[in-house]
Design a protein around this ligand. Structure first.
Ligand code: ADP
Length: 395
């Protein structure tokens, strides 16, 4: 590790009144691939830190002029992300502890070997990277949260305005039988819109639950086969109305496709995939649901001959609210074709699927060709009877 060159040349500032110490720190750290600036007192050092914005500051505690402790607190004011390492003589170990309390990361007693300096600098850099990553994640989370709230509000406002307009006109129509057909149509559209809002709120709440206790409530042995069969049956009418051939293929043997899961979650997972396959497949198309057992895994594939997904969109499918080509999602069978009680989709279905699969210890894969169709493949750990402890003690 000692002579490795960092990917990007990180800058280190060394502040020490001892010339030999400055020289040796420079040699050791330059050799390790760092860019090193040295300063002989606190005042110059602080000016250098402000100017060069280093990743790490190595500072001697005992210097004439501005003390090491003062340098530490001023460096932290300049940039709290700079990691501080204190060099100290044996006599001042207690001051070093004080230095750490005021924000230094670690200390190195004099005299030290080159490897000891390299090691401590490597650790400080690792800490800086971790801190930066966790700040980035926090910012990302904040951004997502804000985007999420404004997106959900927008998604709810649009259908609400539409419903409001329909109701306003309906309230003025009166009982005239000549407009009865029109009235029915508008009422039907209102119902579709309210259904969409309900689905959005349900999905939103589901995802909020995933942030907390998680979605999978139970881990009981369950055969996936009958769940898939029931889902194909419940979606059959909708598929048929859209001219889509929907079928399920399961292994002939009676061994089953058992996983340790939660019936509700497995149903939501596979229903979402089957729903999407039907929704994004035109009349005359096919949707095949297949279950099989791979070594140690239950594999479920939902394959359609529908619109497919552009390559650049595949990796974004599991992002919340992502829809290919935006909200309109061309190729989706609109609410009109989607059968009673079905709306236009929320863009939250696949993120929910991904959470469920990952909570169950599996993974989800997508293969798709634009214009040809898509296959969503779920791999879940197969359920194994628990082996009694000591059962294989003979080995
Ligand atoms: P939605 O509610 O919009 O269907 P999902 O999260 O379930 O949201 O899916 C996200 C997007 O992925 C969809 O809007 C659609 O663009 C695309 N998609 C999902 N499944 C398929 C599929 N089987 N065929 C083509 N596109 C699909």
């Amino acid at each position: 590790m000692s002579d490795r060159v960092p990917e990007e040349r990180e800058r280190i500032v060394v502040i020490d009144d001892d010339y030999v110490m400055r020289l040796s720190c420079r040699q050791i750290l330059t050799k390790s691939g760092f860019e090193v600036e040295t300063y002989e007192d606190g005042a110059q050092g602080l000016a250098g830190v402000a100017e060069t914005k280093p990743a790490i500051v190595v500072v001697d505690l005992k210097m004439p002029g501005i003390s090491g402790l003062e340098v530490i607190s001023r460096v932290r004011q300049i940039d709290p992300a700079i990691v501080l390492i204190v060099i100290t003589g044996y006599a001042t170990v207690s001051t070093a502890v004080e230095a750490m309390k005021s924000g230094a990361y670690d200390f190195l007693p004099k005299p030290f070997k080159p490897d000891e300096l390299r090691l401590i600098v490597d650790r400080a850099l690792e800490r800086r990277r971790l801190q930066r990553r966790s700040r980035e994640l926090e910012m990302e989370r904040e951004f997502m949260k804000r985007r999420f709230v404004s997106f959900v509000s927008h998604q709810l406002k649009t259908p609400l305005s539409a419903i409001h307009q329909y109701l306003e006109v309906l309230s003025r129509l009166g009982e005239d039988p000549a407009v009865a057909e029109q009235r029915d149509e508008w009422l039907r559209r209102c119902l579709v819109r309210t259904q969409g809002m309900r689905e959005l709120i349900d999905d939103w709440l589901t995802l909020a639950r995933a942030e907390g206790p998680g979605l999978v409530a139970e881990r009981e042995p369950l055969d996936t086969g009958p769940i898939l069969e029931a889902l194909v049956e419940s979606n059959a009418e909708w598929a048929e109305a859209g001219g889509i051939d929907l079928s399920v293929e399961l292994p002939a043997g009676a061994e089953g496709l058992a996983v340790a899961g939660d019936r509700n979650c497995l149903t939501v997972l596979f229903d979402n995939l089957i729903n999407n396959a039907i929704a994004y497949t035109g009349a005359g198309g096919e949707v095949r649901v297949r279950g099989r057992l791979d070594p140690g895994e239950v594999v479920v594939e939902v394959e359609d001959s529908g619109v497919g997904i552009p390559a650049e969109s595949v990796e974004r499918l599991f992002e919340e609210f992502y829809r290919v080509n935006g909200a309109s999602s061309p190729g989706r069978n609109g609410a009109q074709d989607a059968g009673p009680g079905r709306s236009r989709g929320t863009g939250l279905g696949l993120p929910i699927c991904k959470r469920i699969v990952s909570e169950l210890g599996g993974r989800i894969e997508v293969e798709s060709e634009e214009g040809e169709g898509s296959t969503f493949r779920v791999r879940l750990p197969a359920y194994r009877e628990r082996v009694e402890p000591g059962a294989d003690a003979e080995h």
